[in-house]
Design a protein around this ligand. Sequence first.
Ligand code: F6P
Length: 332
Amino acid sequence: MKIGVLCSGGDAPGMNPCLRAIIRAGEKYGDSIIGIRHGYQGIFDEDIWGGTDEDGKDHKINPREVSGLTNRGGAFLNSSRCMRMHEEEGQKQAAEILTRHGFDALITIGGNGTLSGALALGSHWKGQIVGLPGTIDNDLLGSDYTIGFQTATQTGVEAVDKLRDTAGSHDMMFLVEVMGRHCGDLAAYIALAGGCELVATPEVKTDIEDIVRRLRRFKTMGKRSIIMVVAEGDDFGGANALLEALKKAGSPYEMRSVVLGHVQRGGTPAPGDRILATRLGCFAVDAIHQGATGVMAGELSGQLILSPFENVIVGRRSGAVQVTNLIDRISV
Ligand code: F6P
């Protein structure tokens, strides 16, 4: 089979080992796996990794070309956010180009936007499409974890550990902003693993009066330093605005804010992300050979499963709420 593969949206640590697995699993089937660079934009630009020969034959990525990708962060194939895939005209055009190149199937690695694009493309293209959850956000139903989430959590925890040293030395409070516009999993897991006192996520109302009450209690309990993790998508839109609101409401701690930003997306993938990426990459190739289309491959309770695109891009996960409750229980 001729199978295209692309990475789209924000890069996530683990996209590369995923690509490596797809190419090597495909090789065993005798497939031609073709890399499309820069996400969906690469379809419009006909930007094939390794190029297209004069006779129109697209370069097939061979297994040796992906050696050493296991521990490489970023997206080897490059990535992008492609606005044209939001429009029906663009989706139709992408379908025509894929057909002209003779693709039988497409594997897309990315987050919510990537899977929405795959869903839309599927109504205009006859080829099979299988998506893989590649995003640090952990915001997709259909997989307990997304590829990249564990590494980004580790990066956040390392930052919190360092800030804790300074917070403790200077008797102060840090508000640490992490990514997550719509999903607070990253914030909540970093806060839990980092032993933080407070967390703000999009899933739970950020109640200023309540936070100040807790801070006063912490103070009387003898807590000298506080770390609060704030998702960029909390009610206040992140750490800087929240800090100002807490100051006005009478926070008893000297406060500073730190925005981790894109540092969370890069770096060597953690073993858990490499393993998940490899399992899902192989599973996606198997699924294509079994005729699957319009589905995302994920892992739920240790089982590899396929879920229709429309089921994974809607709805909210409940992880952040549960973890927030756990943090509250042990914040004494
Ligand atoms: O979806 C991944 C992500 O890193 C989000 O956590 C974040 O809100 C967004 O991408 C940032 O996107 P950009 O790099 O386009 O600003």
